[in-house]
Design a binder for this molecule. Structure first.
Ligand code: ATP
Ligand code: PRP
Length: 221
């Protein structure tokens, strides 16, 4: 097995498995890049492409900005939700790819009187993976909250009394409905962005710029 070594000729792209990988494939194709192994069936974390100088790292969605910030990947694709929690340090964010579209929302149990709870000024217990976004949202509203950090299955928290509300991404609303929850506030629209390491953009601009432009053209279709 060859060792992993980034050099000035090579481009390393960080992607997460699932919807972001699937939705980025057509954009890569538009730039002439085909990923030649499937991350759902391969156990490899570094995937080859048809271009020997371009490889794809498969990482957790929340880790994509970290790999790109530190230059372990030259560029990546990450949701706005993930980027807001990360803070965006060291990242150039040239384009909204309009993929993995959803919204960040506040949800509570059916039957919970959210408006009254907020009006009465009692502290609201909010469970979420998105603590920075939740903190900013409730601070702007002047609502006092106790934030409970979770890493997944947020919908469970109000059902078992861990929290009064959750902040999570919603698309069809199916997960909320299946768990007897209702959306009470939409905080912001979410989509995924192309992110580029700032140093790589300077050092590898000749290689990166045509890919950025191809992504931009393809994502507008
Ligand atoms: P991690 O693996 O780090 O826990 P994750 O499970 O949230 O992350 P994905 O489910 O692949 O990772 O989501 C990737 C991105 O897709 C999210 O950051 C968000 O921007 C967006 N997303 C999440 N859920 C949906 C959805 N139901 N519909 C559309 N886009 C979504
Ligand atoms: C996301 C999110 C919600 C769900 C919302 O989960 O955490 O649970 O999508 O989508 P909906 O409104 O269409 O039901 P995802 O499907 O990514 O599962 P995961 O968090 O386990 O990856």
């Amino acid at each position: 097995m060859s060792t992993f070594q980034a050099d000035s000729q090579q481009l390393i792209l960080a992607l997460s498995k699932g919807r972001i990988f699937e939705d980025t494939l057509p954009l890569l194709e538009a730039a002439g890049i085909t990923v030649t192994e499937n991350p759902e069936t391969s156990r490899k974390l570094i995937l080859p492409t048809n271009d020997p100088d371009v490889r794809v790292l498969i990482v957790r969605a929340t880790d994509v900005p970290t790999y790109v910030q530190h230059g372990a990947a030259d560029f990546g694709v990450a949701g706005k939700d993930v980027l807001l929690e990360h803070g965006g340090e060291g990242l150039y964010q040239p384009i909204d790819l309009h993929i993995a579209e959803c919204r960040m929302s506040v949800a509570v149990r059916n039957g919970f009187d959210y408006d009254t709870a907020v009006r009465q000024g009692a502290r609201l217990r909010v469970a979420t993976k998105f603590v920075e976004t939740a903190r900013a949202h409730f601070a702007k509203k002047g609502v006092h909250v106790d934030l409970i950090k979770l890493y997944g299955s947020m919908e469970l928290a109000p059902l078992v009394g861990l929290s009064d509300a959750i902040v999570d991404v919603v698309s069809t609303g199916g997960t909320l409905r299946a768990n007897d929850l209702k959306e009470v506030e939409a905080i912001m629209d979410i989509s995924s962005r192309l992110i580029v390491n700032q140093a790589a953009l300077k050092m590898k601009r000749e290689r990166l710029q045509p890919i950025i432009e191809a992504f931009e053209r393809a994502s507008k279709k």
